[in-house]
Every structure is written in C-alpha cells, then in structure tokens.
Design a protein around this ligand. Structure first.
Ligand code: LMR
Length: 346
C-alpha cells in the first residue's frame, strides 16, 4: 500500500439513530471523531418504523452538512437510513447499539431487563447473520452490561472480545470531577478506573489516577487535601451523574454519551496512549477476583484493535467491597435475564 493511498471506507452501524444520542453521535462519526480524520465511513442508521420520518430528517442533515468523510457507492451521501434490520446490519465493521427499551416512570428494573433481553436477542441474530465477521460492538443502551451479555449469549459466532459496553462515560465523568476539584486541565488527568456496572453501584476509583504538571505526574490522592472526598463525594457524584443530568435536562445524557462512545471506539481501534488506561465494559475473565460470565467495567489498554485488562493494580478492602457490590448486582441482572429467557423457552 502506498503511504498516501486513501483508506478504504468502513461501515458503521448506529441503532436508535434518530434519538438524542444518535443525533449527536452520527455527526461526530462523520467528522472523524470516532475512527480518525482520515477514515472514510459509510453510516448505517437504524431506528424503528415509527421513527422513519425523523431518521430521514437526520439523513437529510448529514447530506446538508457536506461531510467529506461520508462515503458510499449506493447512496452518494454515504448514508443508509432504514428501519430494516437486515439492511442496517449488512456488512458492518462497527456497531454502536444505542437503541433499546427506555426506562419509563414506574417501571421495575426487572421489566426493563425483560424488554431489553427480547430486543438484544434479536440484535444478536441480526449481527451474527449480517455483520462483517470481525465486527466490533459497543452497547450503549441500558442496562448496557446485561444487554452486552445477551448479545454474547445469542451471537456465539461473534468472539466475546468483540463485544463491549460503555462505561467510558463514567470514566470521563470521573476525570471531569477530578479536574473541577483540583482546578486542573481535564486533559492532564488520567488513569481513573470505573469498576463494575454502568449503574449507581459502579465504583469510580481515583486511587491510581494522576495529574500531569511541570514536575511529571502526581497522584490525585496526594493532591486532594480533603481525604474523605475521594471515597465519598467523588464516588457518589459520579455514580449519580446520569440521574442528575436527567433531572436537569428532563432527558438523559446525550452529548456526553455520544462523545464518550466515540472515545471508547477510537481508543479500542487506534490504541490507548502509552501509560494511559481507560475503562471499558468487557466480558470478565476473572481478573481482580471479579466473577466470570458477566460484563464488568475494568481498566484496559488497547493496542492494534485489541483490549487487555490492566493487571496488578492494588485493591484495598474498601475498593474490594465496592467492586463486589457491583458484581453482585450484575449477577442479579444476569439471573433476571436468564429467568426471562427460560420462561420464553418453556
Ligand atoms: C447515564 O449514565 O447518563 C444514563 O445511563 C442514565 C440513564 O439512566 O439513562
């Protein structure tokens, strides 16, 4: 390949594309914020039939924005906007799954899981049947970890390492809180860890995080004078941030979710910077004593399109108990999902 030869376009699926996160993320993808400024993309946008008009509006806006990275032989603008699953999943190299059953007022967690199990089973077979064999999948829709597990269970042809869920939003929230607390640039803060579920049981852990300054890198725990902050307020603010945004906006986080999903995919595909890790929800291999068989958020580094869990971080008793709490919740979610699957089977 010649050095200057343009890259071949890749196909990126976004489900729930007419929704709030979808609307924010398609522009970011088409501007190279997910896969790089030199990577042409064909966007596959899927949404429900009743969203067809809204989805077409998004497609029109993408045409109107004259985005040079958008490619495609069939459609000049490089966009497939459809409510047909087979068409949407066809040949995709990357899948960002935002569509799901939203939590409505008064809905039990159990009901939310049941609704999404049904949806994600369907998505699993569409992926398995139609996506490119090496497709990388990011689940954004809640309950994200358990939706990812359902995908894995019902798409056995897809390697488990290709299925992930979004906790980068929580990771970025952690960096944001540290930056605000210390009055430092967020770009100088790194190596927070979010352990566990993308829910209020997650454990945002700043004990390994650092801030870069003229002298090098300094541990956040040495820079924060108020020693209880890291174990109390920081943890609860990050855990509750999604709910706080919903309260303020009357709808859930969208631009931060979209931006974090781009960060997740970009680092997965293009690699994490040297000495930096990020948080990703991945299929547990038992690292740090976390049970196998659930999708759990770990610190990871990425290289050549593969993630690996950072090993050897110190986990004290306080951290251990928080990590176990979130694992327990994920095992409960898994049990609810299993129960629903077996009810359907009987
Ligand atoms: C978020 O973290 O912002 C969302 O997952 C919150 C939600 O429940 O939609």
């Amino acid at each position: 390949l010649l050095r200057d030869e343009p890259k071949q376009p890749v196909k990126v699926l976004v489900t729930g594309a007419a929704g709030q996160i979808g609307y924010a993320i398609v522009a970011m993808i088409a501007r190279g914020q997910m896969l790089g400024p030199d990577q042409p993309v064909v966007l596959h946008m899927l949404d429900l039939p009743r969203m067809a008009d809204a989805l077409n509006g998004v497609r029109m806006e993408l045409v109107d924005a004259a985005l040079p990275l958008l490619r495609g032989r069939v459609l000049a603008a490089g966009v497939v906007a459809t409510s047909d699953e087979a068409e949407a999943f066809k040949g995709v190299n990357f899948a960002v799954l935002i569509g799901g059953w939203p939590r409505k007022e008064g809905m039990e967690r159990k009901d939310l899981i049941a609704k999404n199990v049904a949806i994600y089973r369907g998505q699993a077979s569409a992926l398995q049947q139609h996506a490119a064999p090496n497709c990388k999948v990011l689940v954004v829709a809640n309950p994200a970890n358990t939706n990812a597990l359902v995908l894995k269970e019902f798409a056995p042809a897809i390697p488990a390492k290709n299925i992930t869920c979004l906790t980068r939003l929580d990771h970025n929230r952690a960096l944001g809180q540290i930056s605000e607390k210390l009055g430092v640039h967020v770009g100088d803060v790194k190596n927070a860890v979010v352990w566990g579920n993308h829910s209020s049981t997650q454990f945002p852990d700043a004990s390994h995080a650092t801030v870069r300054n003229e002298q090098g890198e300094k541990p956040v725990r040495e820079l924060v004078s108020d020693k209880t902050w890291l174990r109390e307020e920081f943890v609860s603010v990050v855990q509750q941030r999604g709910a706080a945004v919903i309260k303020a906006r009357k709808q859930s986080s969208s631009l931060s979710a979209a931006s974090s999903a781009c960060d997740h995919m970009r680092d997965w595909v293009l690699g994490t910077p040297k000495g930096t890790w990020v948080s990703m929800g991945v299929y547990s291999d038992g690292s740090y004593g976390v049970p196998k068989g659930i999708f759990y958020s770990f610190p990871v580094t990425c290289d050549k399109g593969e993630w690996s869990i950072v090993q050897g971080l110190q986990v004290d008793d306080f951290a251990r108990s928080k990590m176990e709490l979130s694992a327990k919740e994920l095992e409960e979610e898994k049990a609810i999902a299993d129960e629903f699957v077996s009810i359907e089977r009987d």
